[in-house]
Design a protein around this ligand. Structure first.
Ligand SMILES: [Zn+2]
Length: 422
């Protein structure tokens, strides 16, 4: 049983919080920005100082590796992303990078014996907040192992052509070509090079805090679908056309949304979550009755059978008219529940027990690089308690103690993997 260092963790958090500091408690650190480059430079500086070998692949994913005693053994990889959303917090993503750095630092400083090489990793552009989609570079890296339905969203050429949604009109490929930390494709993480992957991340929800648990042993990323639901009516003058003869698409959508909530709630399933987060209204002019109204519905649950029951509810919307408007639904995105590796989860749970850290099994409702890595390698995640469940905002917070405990658990789980894996 080895322990990571709380003071070093505090120093890591304070240091990385400066790269993209917004001045009011958070960071904006877009992928491939100058701020991202500062974080990479710090990663290299600290990892070289403990004798790790630094590499970067063609996507600017970065790797710092401490060799083990067996030169033929595959790497045990730990990491997450260094980019953030706009006005994001100091923990989402970067905590997994800092935890991996702290694990390697503890191993190097204390001379902990290990057979496999230990690698701390940074994934490029997980958030996709400047260059969509999210999880871009894990999508490209793990492409050959992804389910067919997911692959289409991560074709290399499409990703390189992804255009910045903010600031100068550049593509991801153009930004990558100018980024100082781009290496070559041969360096990419793969099953030939790595035997497993651990990712420590903040929970980004309130469950651990409310349960009084410091860490979560993540068992899966829950399945989801997202539909675009469209209502087609007729536009006409807001002042001259009689009410009874209107076909108002916005009003139709409001009735249908209410109906959706009633029907989904009536499924009476624990942990089913659904959200309408995006709408479009046409022509979106106050003097015109809307003729087209569209909203998204994002639905998530662990059990594929529940997902299918929820899908039936969505599809049934098209069977009737709504306030005189027709309804179309279009599947925009879906993923199956991705279970994490049972053996690695066992190592994490065991490490929590030995470290005396309170823990519970938990699902991930959000996507992470680990979700795509799991198709390629035995993978698991460790969640660190979030304060008040807040994330993707400047008030995002996890205590230094909990962050250090997360690193301690990842260290000991990695050492269990070192002893057990070929
Ligand atoms: Zn993240």
């Amino acid at each position: 049983m080895y322990a990571c260092d709380e003071e070093r963790m505090r120093d890591l958090i304070e240091t990385f919080s400066k790269f993209g500091d917004t001045g009011h408690g958070g960071v904006t650190r877009y992928a491939l920005s100058a701020e991202d480059a500062q974080a990479r430079a710090e990663f290299i500086r600290r990892m070289e100082a403990i004798g790790a070998v630094i590499e970067a692949d063609d996507l600017a994913n970065m790797y710092a590796t401490l060799p083990g005693t067996d030169a033929s053994a595959k790497r045990i990889v730990m990491g997450s992303h260094a980019d953030s959303v706009r006005n994001g917090g100091n923990y989402d993503g970067i905590l997994g990078v800092m935890s991996a750095m702290e694990v390697l630092t503890t191993v190097a400083r204390e001379g902990i014996a290990h057979r496999h090489p230990l690698t701390a990793m940074i994934w490029t552009n997980e958030e996709g907040s400047l260059y969509p989609p999210s999880m871009m570079c894990s999508g490209i890296t793990c492409y050959d192992w992804l389910p067919e339905a997911v692959k289409g969203g991560f074709r290399y050429d499409d990703m390189m052509a992804s255009r910045a949604i903010d600031g100068p009109a550049r593509t991801f490929g153009e930004a990558l070509a100018e980024f100082p930390y781009r290496g070559d494709a041969e360096r990419r993480i793969s099953p030939e090079k790595a035997c497993c992957y651990f990712e420590t991340h903040i929970e980004q929800g309130p469950i651990l805090e409310e349960a009084g648990c410091e860490l979560g042993v993540v068992d899966c990323v829950i399945g989801m679908f997202m539909y675009r639901i469209r209502f087609l009516g007729e536009t006409t003058h807001a002042g001259t056309f009689p009410m009874p003869r209107r076909r108002d698409a916005f009003y139709a959508a409001s009735e249908a949304l209410r109906h959706l909530h009633d029907r989904l709630d009536a499924l009476d399933v624990d942990d089913l979550v659904y959200t309408t987060g995006e709408v479009t209204c046409h022509p979106n002019v106050h003097t015109c009755v809307p003729d087209v109204f569209e909203f998204t519905l994002d639905v998530r649950h662990e059990d594929p059978a529940v997902i299918e029951r929820a899908r039936d509810v969505v599809l049934s919307l098209t069977e009737r008219t709504w306030a005189g408007c027709s309804c179309e639904v279009e599947l925009a995105w879906q993923r199956d529940t991705t279970p994490f590796d049972a053996r690695l989860r066992g190592f994490v749970e065991d490490a929590c027990e030995r470290a005396g850290v309170s823990h519970m099994p938990i699902h991930s409702g959000a996507g992470h690089d680990a979700q795509f890595a799991a198709y390629m390698l035995p993978t698991t995640m460790i969640f660190v308690q979030s304060r008040a469940g807040l994330s993707h905002c400047e008030r995002e917070h996890s205590s230094v103690r909990h962050c250090a405990e997360g690193a301690t658990v990842m260290l000991n789980a990695a050492l269990s993997a070192d002893a057990a894996l070929a």
